[in-house]
Design a protein around this ligand. Sequence first.
Ligand code: AMP
Ligand code: MN
Ligand code: MN
Length: 335
Amino acid sequence: MMYFPNSAEKFRRLLESVRGLNVAVFGHVRPDGDCVSSMFATADTLREAGAKKVVCVDAHPLPRLYKNFAFGEEIVPAKNFDGKNFHTVCVDCSSFSRTGAENFSNLPFLATIDHHVSSGPSGALIDILEPDAAAAAELIAGMHLDSGISISQKNAERLFMGIMMDTRQLTTPSAKYRTWEIASELVKLGADPAKVARELYQRESFAKIKLLASYLKTLTMHFDNRVCIGLLESGVYERTGAEKADSDGLVDYARSIDGVEVAALLEHIPDGVKGSLRAKDPKFRVDEIAAKFGGGGHMAAAGFTAKGMDINTFYPQLLSAIEEHLREIDSAKKK
Ligand code: AMP
Ligand code: MN
Ligand code: MN
């Protein structure tokens, strides 16, 4: 039985094609745990496959929370990378617009390894897209297992971490039996769930908790308490000392409220508003709402950046997009 029969062959082709090449592995802007683990594990496997030089590149730095999964690997800031004589691979995203490093989109684009339902064809030589995978890390681990390519203990730990972070410890609707199977294979290969959990959930910075407090203070209910929206306003990072990656997961607190069906976090950024959307039931397609504002993601977890907007003018636009979708869902239920 193969985990990813449509992709494992492509993965093997990628490993054959990197021999002797310099490869830059790109992740998306503001890398999350899935992105970081996927970049690092892929980089190791490409080296093992005979690539000459492999570097991980991202527009944003390695978040503090994932430093103990680096095992000596680094993220080269995109602004310090010249790209000369490098081929590119994107993980946990399919386009250079998501990497925030568009200037590298003209390098030979070898492959994407992605799991976002909103991703179209990437234009890479080898397109690996499995929207059913709950995490890019699940897909990457699965393709290794399908192909009999060994996974070191440190990569088992990284990939296990990636799966945990994209599935809220294997409990999102996207986490299927296959996800649990692959996660357990990673445990067999040396990932220690208790250690990973300690790293992820018992090492928060105090600054992040202050950021959470300021988000919670702004939570507002709409539409009979079915929708909950909170804000990260201008200056909040400076005030709390938090890093940008600390916003990851805050929106889950809004979603966690009983009766809330859709949650949002709107963050002031210098050129607009960054939005995170979460649903409880994937029938409420937050990826479709995000797409209305130029973003994308998964059915129950999506994001976007509304350029040139400020939170006050954008807020009612988001509300009406959500209201319209709620109405569609309600009328479909009545039928
Ligand atoms: P976030 O709310 O930023 O944690 O993002 C939720 C999910 O949507 C993640 O899988 C992101 O990779 C994805 N996502 C966020 N922003 C965008 C965007 N602008 N375009 C496509 N996917 C996005
Ligand atoms: Mn991600
Ligand atoms: Mn992911």
